[in-house]
Design a protein around this ligand. Structure first.
Ligand SMILES: CC(C)(COP(=O)(O)OP(=O)(O)OC[C@H]1O[C@@H](n2cnc3c(N)ncnc32)[C@H](O)[C@@H]1OP(=O)(O)O)[C@@H](O)C(=O)NCCC(=O)NCCS
Length: 241
Protein backbone atom coordinates (compact mmCIF):
# COMPACT_ATOMS: atom_id res chain seq x y z
CA UNK A 1 0.00 0.00 0.00
CA UNK A 2 2.84 2.36 1.00
CA UNK A 3 4.70 1.50 -2.24
CA UNK A 4 1.59 2.05 -4.35
CA UNK A 5 1.05 5.45 -2.74
CA UNK A 6 4.70 6.37 -3.30
CA UNK A 7 4.58 5.22 -6.93
CA UNK A 8 1.38 7.18 -7.54
CA UNK A 9 2.86 10.25 -5.90
CA UNK A 10 6.08 9.94 -7.85
CA UNK A 11 4.19 9.50 -11.13
CA UNK A 12 2.00 12.51 -10.38
CA UNK A 13 4.94 14.72 -9.41
CA UNK A 14 6.88 13.67 -12.51
CA UNK A 15 3.87 14.46 -14.73
CA UNK A 16 3.50 17.82 -12.98
CA UNK A 17 7.16 18.63 -13.49
CA UNK A 18 7.22 17.61 -17.17
CA UNK A 19 3.86 19.30 -17.84
CA UNK A 20 5.05 22.51 -16.19
CA UNK A 21 8.32 22.40 -18.15
CA UNK A 22 6.44 21.78 -21.42
CA UNK A 23 3.98 24.63 -20.87
CA UNK A 24 6.60 27.10 -19.68
CA UNK A 25 9.47 26.43 -22.08
CA UNK A 26 8.47 24.18 -25.01
CA UNK A 27 4.94 25.53 -25.50
CA UNK A 28 6.35 29.05 -25.88
CA UNK A 29 7.71 27.98 -29.28
CA UNK A 30 4.62 25.94 -30.16
CA UNK A 31 2.59 29.13 -29.58
CA UNK A 32 4.83 31.18 -31.87
CA UNK A 33 4.43 28.60 -34.64
CA UNK A 34 0.63 28.52 -34.12
CA UNK A 35 0.52 32.34 -34.31
CA UNK A 36 2.48 32.25 -37.56
CA UNK A 37 0.45 29.41 -39.08
CA UNK A 38 -2.96 30.93 -38.29
CA UNK A 39 -2.17 34.67 -38.38
CA UNK A 40 -3.34 34.86 -34.76
CA UNK A 41 -2.23 36.65 -31.60
CA UNK A 42 -1.84 34.35 -28.61
CA UNK A 43 -0.92 36.28 -25.46
CA UNK A 44 1.35 34.99 -22.72
CA UNK A 45 0.03 32.10 -20.66
CA UNK A 46 -2.61 31.22 -23.26
CA UNK A 47 -2.75 27.52 -24.07
CA UNK A 48 -4.41 25.57 -26.88
CA UNK A 49 -4.81 21.79 -26.73
CA UNK A 50 -6.49 19.49 -29.28
CA UNK A 51 -8.17 22.55 -30.81
CA UNK A 52 -8.51 24.26 -34.16
CA UNK A 53 -7.92 27.98 -34.68
CA UNK A 54 -9.46 28.90 -38.02
CA UNK A 55 -7.37 32.06 -38.43
CA UNK A 56 -6.94 35.70 -37.33
CA UNK A 57 -7.86 34.72 -33.77
CA UNK A 58 -6.86 36.40 -30.52
CA UNK A 59 -6.44 34.67 -27.19
CA UNK A 60 -5.90 36.92 -24.18
CA UNK A 61 -3.52 36.27 -21.31
CA UNK A 62 -3.99 32.86 -19.61
CA UNK A 63 -6.86 31.83 -21.88
CA UNK A 64 -7.11 28.06 -22.26
CA UNK A 65 -8.90 26.17 -25.06
CA UNK A 66 -9.16 22.38 -24.88
CA UNK A 67 -10.88 20.36 -27.57
CA UNK A 68 -12.37 23.51 -29.10
CA UNK A 69 -12.84 25.06 -32.50
CA UNK A 70 -12.46 28.84 -32.77
CA UNK A 71 -13.89 30.26 -35.98
CA UNK A 72 -12.15 32.80 -38.21
CA UNK A 73 -11.65 36.24 -36.69
CA UNK A 74 -13.04 35.37 -33.24
CA UNK A 75 -11.38 36.29 -29.95
CA UNK A 76 -11.45 35.15 -26.36
CA UNK A 77 -10.03 37.79 -24.03
CA UNK A 78 -8.00 37.26 -20.82
CA UNK A 79 -8.58 34.26 -18.52
CA UNK A 80 -11.04 32.50 -20.83
CA UNK A 81 -11.48 28.81 -20.13
CA UNK A 82 -13.22 26.60 -22.69
CA UNK A 83 -13.44 22.83 -23.13
CA UNK A 84 -15.44 20.92 -25.76
CA UNK A 85 -16.72 24.14 -27.29
CA UNK A 86 -17.35 25.18 -30.87
CA UNK A 87 -17.19 28.92 -31.45
CA UNK A 88 -18.24 30.50 -34.75
CA UNK A 89 -16.68 33.31 -36.77
CA UNK A 90 -16.16 36.98 -35.75
CA UNK A 91 -17.38 36.24 -32.24
CA UNK A 92 -16.25 38.48 -29.38
CA UNK A 93 -15.74 36.93 -25.95
CA UNK A 94 -14.84 39.22 -23.04
CA UNK A 95 -12.50 38.58 -20.12
CA UNK A 96 -13.07 35.88 -17.48
CA UNK A 97 -15.58 33.86 -19.50
CA UNK A 98 -15.63 30.15 -18.69
CA UNK A 99 -17.62 27.09 -19.48
CA UNK A 100 -18.97 24.98 -16.65
CA UNK A 101 -18.41 21.36 -17.57
CA UNK A 102 -19.67 18.42 -15.58
CA UNK A 103 -22.48 17.31 -13.36
CA UNK A 104 -22.92 14.90 -10.44
CA UNK A 105 -25.80 12.43 -9.96
CA UNK A 106 -28.54 14.28 -8.11
CA UNK A 107 -31.25 11.67 -7.79
CA UNK A 108 -31.53 8.02 -6.79
CA UNK A 109 -27.88 7.38 -6.02
CA UNK A 110 -26.55 7.32 -2.46
CA UNK A 111 -23.29 9.15 -3.25
CA UNK A 112 -22.42 12.03 -5.58
CA UNK A 113 -18.60 11.94 -5.41
CA UNK A 114 -16.91 10.95 -8.74
CA UNK A 115 -15.14 8.07 -6.94
CA UNK A 116 -18.51 6.27 -7.12
CA UNK A 117 -19.15 6.95 -10.82
CA UNK A 118 -15.81 7.30 -12.62
CA UNK A 119 -12.80 4.95 -12.57
CA UNK A 120 -10.43 7.75 -13.60
CA UNK A 121 -9.39 8.75 -10.05
CA UNK A 122 -10.29 12.35 -10.88
CA UNK A 123 -9.71 13.45 -7.30
CA UNK A 124 -7.12 10.85 -6.31
CA UNK A 125 -9.11 7.63 -5.83
CA UNK A 126 -12.00 5.62 -7.25
CA UNK A 127 -14.19 2.71 -6.07
CA UNK A 128 -15.49 1.68 -9.52
CA UNK A 129 -13.98 -0.16 -12.47
CA UNK A 130 -16.28 1.30 -15.12
CA UNK A 131 -17.92 4.65 -15.69
CA UNK A 132 -21.57 4.35 -14.63
CA UNK A 133 -22.81 7.93 -15.05
CA UNK A 134 -22.84 10.48 -17.89
CA UNK A 135 -21.10 13.42 -16.17
CA UNK A 136 -21.53 16.05 -18.90
CA UNK A 137 -24.46 17.47 -20.83
CA UNK A 138 -22.28 17.58 -23.99
CA UNK A 139 -20.40 20.21 -25.91
CA UNK A 140 -21.16 23.92 -26.02
CA UNK A 141 -21.97 25.69 -29.30
CA UNK A 142 -21.47 29.43 -29.68
CA UNK A 143 -22.48 30.91 -33.02
CA UNK A 144 -20.95 33.57 -35.24
CA UNK A 145 -21.15 37.34 -34.59
CA UNK A 146 -21.88 36.61 -30.93
CA UNK A 147 -20.84 39.06 -28.19
CA UNK A 148 -20.28 37.68 -24.68
CA UNK A 149 -19.52 40.28 -21.99
CA UNK A 150 -17.05 39.92 -19.10
CA UNK A 151 -17.40 37.37 -16.28
CA UNK A 152 -19.93 35.05 -17.94
CA UNK A 153 -20.36 31.35 -17.11
CA UNK A 154 -21.79 28.98 -19.72
CA UNK A 155 -23.13 25.57 -18.68
CA UNK A 156 -22.28 22.52 -20.79
CA UNK A 157 -24.69 21.41 -23.52
CA UNK A 158 -25.87 24.95 -24.18
CA UNK A 159 -26.20 26.50 -27.65
CA UNK A 160 -25.84 30.25 -28.14
CA UNK A 161 -27.29 31.29 -31.50
CA UNK A 162 -25.66 33.45 -34.19
CA UNK A 163 -25.70 37.17 -33.51
CA UNK A 164 -26.70 36.76 -29.83
CA UNK A 165 -25.49 38.92 -26.93
CA UNK A 166 -24.81 37.74 -23.37
CA UNK A 167 -24.48 40.59 -20.86
CA UNK A 168 -21.68 40.90 -18.29
CA UNK A 169 -21.87 38.57 -15.30
CA UNK A 170 -24.52 36.24 -16.74
CA UNK A 171 -24.92 32.53 -16.06
CA UNK A 172 -26.12 30.80 -19.23
CA UNK A 173 -28.13 27.69 -18.32
CA UNK A 174 -30.31 27.30 -21.43
CA UNK A 175 -30.05 27.76 -25.20
CA UNK A 176 -30.00 31.36 -26.37
CA UNK A 177 -31.87 32.44 -29.48
CA UNK A 178 -30.06 33.98 -32.45
CA UNK A 179 -29.83 37.80 -32.33
CA UNK A 180 -31.32 37.99 -28.83
CA UNK A 181 -29.81 40.06 -25.98
CA UNK A 182 -29.65 38.21 -22.66
CA UNK A 183 -28.46 39.03 -19.16
CA UNK A 184 -28.66 37.98 -15.52
CA UNK A 185 -28.49 34.86 -13.39
CA UNK A 186 -29.89 32.74 -14.92
CA UNK A 187 -29.57 34.56 -18.27
CA UNK A 188 -32.93 35.81 -19.56
CA UNK A 189 -33.83 37.48 -22.82
CA UNK A 190 -34.07 41.29 -22.57
CA UNK A 191 -34.89 41.94 -26.22
CA UNK A 192 -33.79 41.21 -29.79
CA UNK A 193 -31.16 43.16 -31.73
CA UNK A 194 -33.44 43.52 -34.78
CA UNK A 195 -37.03 42.92 -35.90
CA UNK A 196 -38.02 39.38 -36.88
CA UNK A 197 -37.78 39.89 -40.64
CA UNK A 198 -34.25 41.40 -40.40
CA UNK A 199 -33.10 38.51 -38.19
CA UNK A 200 -34.48 35.99 -40.66
CA UNK A 201 -32.66 37.69 -43.53
CA UNK A 202 -29.37 38.04 -41.60
CA UNK A 203 -29.49 34.33 -40.83
CA UNK A 204 -29.97 33.74 -44.56
CA UNK A 205 -27.11 36.08 -45.49
CA UNK A 206 -24.64 34.52 -43.01
CA UNK A 207 -22.13 37.26 -43.84
CA UNK A 208 -19.51 35.55 -41.67
CA UNK A 209 -19.28 32.69 -44.18
CA UNK A 210 -18.61 34.97 -47.15
CA UNK A 211 -14.90 35.51 -46.69
CA UNK A 212 -12.74 38.56 -46.17
CA UNK A 213 -12.79 39.70 -49.81
CA UNK A 214 -16.61 39.96 -49.72
CA UNK A 215 -16.58 41.63 -46.30
CA UNK A 216 -14.03 44.25 -47.39
CA UNK A 217 -16.02 44.94 -50.55
CA UNK A 218 -19.18 45.59 -48.51
CA UNK A 219 -17.58 47.14 -45.44
CA UNK A 220 -19.56 50.41 -45.78
CA UNK A 221 -22.89 48.53 -45.69
CA UNK A 222 -21.92 46.90 -42.38
CA UNK A 223 -22.84 50.15 -40.59
CA UNK A 224 -26.50 49.40 -41.33
CA UNK A 225 -27.73 45.77 -41.36
CA UNK A 226 -30.62 46.69 -43.69
CA UNK A 227 -28.16 48.10 -46.24
CA UNK A 228 -26.08 44.93 -46.05
CA UNK A 229 -29.20 42.84 -46.61
CA UNK A 230 -29.73 44.60 -49.94
CA UNK A 231 -26.82 42.47 -51.23
CA UNK A 232 -29.20 39.53 -50.86
CA UNK A 233 -31.92 41.35 -52.82
CA UNK A 234 -29.50 42.06 -55.63
CA UNK A 235 -28.66 38.38 -55.64
CA UNK A 236 -24.95 39.14 -55.27
CA UNK A 237 -24.33 36.06 -53.15
CA UNK A 238 -20.62 35.74 -53.82
CA UNK A 239 -19.30 32.46 -52.54
CA UNK A 240 -17.23 32.31 -49.34
CA UNK A 241 -13.48 32.37 -49.90
C1 LIG B 1 -26.63 43.48 -21.81
C2 LIG B 1 -25.99 44.75 -22.38
C3 LIG B 1 -25.37 44.42 -23.72
C4 LIG B 1 -26.99 45.89 -22.52
O1 LIG B 1 -28.07 45.56 -23.35
P1 LIG B 1 -29.25 46.65 -23.57
O2 LIG B 1 -30.28 45.99 -24.41
O3 LIG B 1 -28.67 47.92 -24.06
O4 LIG B 1 -29.81 46.75 -22.11
P2 LIG B 1 -30.21 48.05 -21.24
O5 LIG B 1 -28.96 48.71 -20.79
O6 LIG B 1 -31.24 48.82 -21.98
O7 LIG B 1 -30.88 47.34 -19.99
C5 LIG B 1 -32.10 46.64 -20.06
C6 LIG B 1 -32.37 45.98 -18.72
O8 LIG B 1 -31.41 44.93 -18.53
C7 LIG B 1 -30.65 45.16 -17.35
N1 LIG B 1 -29.25 44.76 -17.63
C8 LIG B 1 -28.42 45.27 -18.55
N2 LIG B 1 -27.25 44.64 -18.53
C9 LIG B 1 -27.34 43.71 -17.56
C10 LIG B 1 -26.43 42.74 -17.07
N3 LIG B 1 -25.22 42.61 -17.57
N4 LIG B 1 -26.87 41.92 -16.08
C11 LIG B 1 -28.12 42.04 -15.57
N5 LIG B 1 -29.02 42.95 -16.01
C12 LIG B 1 -28.62 43.77 -16.99
C13 LIG B 1 -30.78 46.66 -17.08
O9 LIG B 1 -30.58 46.95 -15.74
C14 LIG B 1 -32.18 46.93 -17.54
O10 LIG B 1 -33.06 46.46 -16.55
P3 LIG B 1 -34.49 47.20 -16.29
O11 LIG B 1 -35.29 46.99 -17.56
O12 LIG B 1 -35.06 46.47 -15.11
O13 LIG B 1 -34.17 48.63 -16.04
C15 LIG B 1 -24.92 45.35 -21.43
O14 LIG B 1 -25.54 45.84 -20.25
C16 LIG B 1 -23.79 44.41 -21.04
O15 LIG B 1 -23.87 43.65 -20.08
N6 LIG B 1 -22.70 44.53 -21.84
C17 LIG B 1 -21.50 43.79 -21.62
C18 LIG B 1 -20.37 44.77 -21.26
C19 LIG B 1 -19.05 44.08 -21.11
O16 LIG B 1 -18.95 43.03 -20.51
N7 LIG B 1 -18.02 44.73 -21.67
C20 LIG B 1 -16.67 44.19 -21.61
C21 LIG B 1 -16.39 43.21 -22.72
S1 LIG B 1 -16.38 43.97 -24.32
Amino acid sequence: MKDILCNDLLKRKLEELLGGFYRKYVYYFVRISLEKKTGSILKSGSYVKDSVLEGKNYLGKNTVLKNCRLGFGSYVNNNGDFTDTEIGRYTSIGANVSCVIGTHPLNTRAAMHPAFTNPEKLFGYSYVKEKNFRDTEGHIEIGSDVWIGNNVLIMDGVKIGDGAVVGAGALVTKDIEPYSINAGIPARKIRYRFDGETIKELLRLRWWDRGEVWIKKHIDEFTDAKELLKTLDKGSGEPAE
